[in-house]
Design a protein around this ligand. Structure first.
Ligand SMILES: O=P(O)(O)OC[C@@H](O)[C@@H](O)c1c[nH]c2ccccc12
Length: 380
């Protein structure tokens, strides 16, 4: 899929099938009657091959059809720019500089503008068809959500997604002697349920080599590819490098991107961790079917301010009830340093935490885990 938000130029005409879904002949393999969805001006099939049964594929088929007839797609089709669509959804981050304003408004916007260029170069080097050819060499995707649930049940404290992060734009270099494989192994030994591997090079000094190296070193914990995703090419790339989960940031991606990308994630066996930071973003995400995992980032990526009460605020009242009703697992992200921080957001309703700085900065990041939780935790 050429993502909605990564179409250059922003106004493209695409051809959509407008008829109702075809009634698939049950004898046909799913891929042959799969629906067509927009992809940068060409028609392309949502491939429903592999493990899916016909019923499941047919259900997805209908879903894809209602998606492509949705208001968002019509808006897009009628020539609204990606940034206009995003702005209507309360997204402040623009995909490209707008005319006459070529200074990014904040760090997140700068990261996204750079990422758009980086991904377009990578795509030229390695078109999607080539990436897809390498998928069969990738190690099988593992159950990210299952690992979180099992750890929460076993330890009675939020499951840990420990982050392998060398640097960040707000804090600079966090750890000079940075050996991603060794750090990943020690996190696993000390009870992390899953790991998050930064792959952005420019701002976080991460890499896909790190992700691949950790995966190939025999680490069992499922791996989150921590990347700024703006194009579904990146989903395939992440999977080809051994990722089990990816991050989708609601403050950057319009609803249609989240919907289509989370469908593609399911096809690839990837778990989507959809990140929100305020009520509006959470409401948008709760309106999207099939989301299993939501991250509440206590850090505002536009200002870097951290406030743990954001998790509590977002999980209070009706939103919390909807989340529990849907069985969604919530991850509390960023700025967690003490057992008090962890129990505060556990009481707010999270079942998992994503922690980077407070562990990676310690002499022994693995041993630091017991300090963070106030007790030893163990992997399932
Ligand atoms: O190092 P911290 O404060 O523990 O945060 C980890 C993680 O939550 C943070 O790195 C993060 C959360 N969402 C992101 C999106 C992009 C980059 C980084 C992030």
């Amino acid at each position: 899929m050429e993502s909605l938000c990564f179409t250059t130029p922003a106004r493209v005409r695409v051809s959509f099938p407008s008829a109702s879904p075809p009634k698939p002949a049950r004898s046909l393999p799913p891929a042959e009657w799969a629906p067509k969805i927009p992809m940068g001006g060409v028609r392309r099939s949502v491939s429903l091959r592999c493990t899916r049964g016909l019923e499941e594929a047919a259900a997805l088929d209908n879903k894809a059809y209602s998606l492509i007839n949705s208001i968002e797609v019509r808006e897009w089709e009628s020539g609204k720019s990606v940034d206009d669509i995003a702005a209507n959804q309360g997204i402040r981050i623009r995909r490209h500089p707008t005319k006459g304003e070529d200074t990014p408004r904040n760090i997140l916007e700068k990261i996204i503008w750079d990422k758009v260029i980086e991904v377009s170069e990578l795509k030229e080097e390695k078109p999607l068809t080539l990436v897809k050819e390498t998928l069969h060499n990738a190690p099988p995707a593992r159950d990210f959500v299952g690992a979180l649930k099992a750890s929460y049940e076993k330890n009675g404290v939020p499951a840990l997604i420990a982050e392998v992060k060398k640097a960040s734009p707000s804090k600079g270099v966090l750890r000079e002697d940075f050996d991603p494989v060794q750090i990943a192994k020690t996190y696993e030994q000390h009870g992390a349920a899953c790991l998050s591997i930064l792959t952005d090079g420019k701002y976080f000094q991460g890499s896909f080599e790190n992700l691949e190296a950790v995966r190939n070193a025999g680490v069992q914990c499922p791996l989150l590819c921590k990347e700024f995703i703006i194009d579904s090419w990146q989903l395939y790339y992440a999977r080809s490098k051994g990722a089990d989960a990816v991050l989708l940031i609601a403050g950057v991606l319009p609803d249609l991107d989240i919907k289509l990308m989370s469908m593609e994630c399911r096809e690839l066996g990837l778990t989507a961790l959809v990140e929100v930071h305020n009520e509006r973003e959470l409401d948008r995400v709760l309106n999207i079917d099939g989301i299993q995992l939501i991250g509440i980032n206590n850090r505002d990526l536009e200002t870097f301010e951290v406030d743990n009460s954001i998790t509590k605020r977002l999980l209070e009242g009706e939103r919390g009830e909807i989340i529990r009703g849907k069985g969604i697992i919530v991850v509390g992200e960023s700025g967690l340093f003490t057992p008090h921080d962890v129990s505060y957001i556990q009481n707010a309703g999270v079942k998992a935490v994503l922690v980077g700085e407070s562990l990676i900065k310690q002499n022994d990041p693995g041993k630091a885990i017991a300090g963070l939780f106030g007790k030893e935790i163990s992997k399932c």
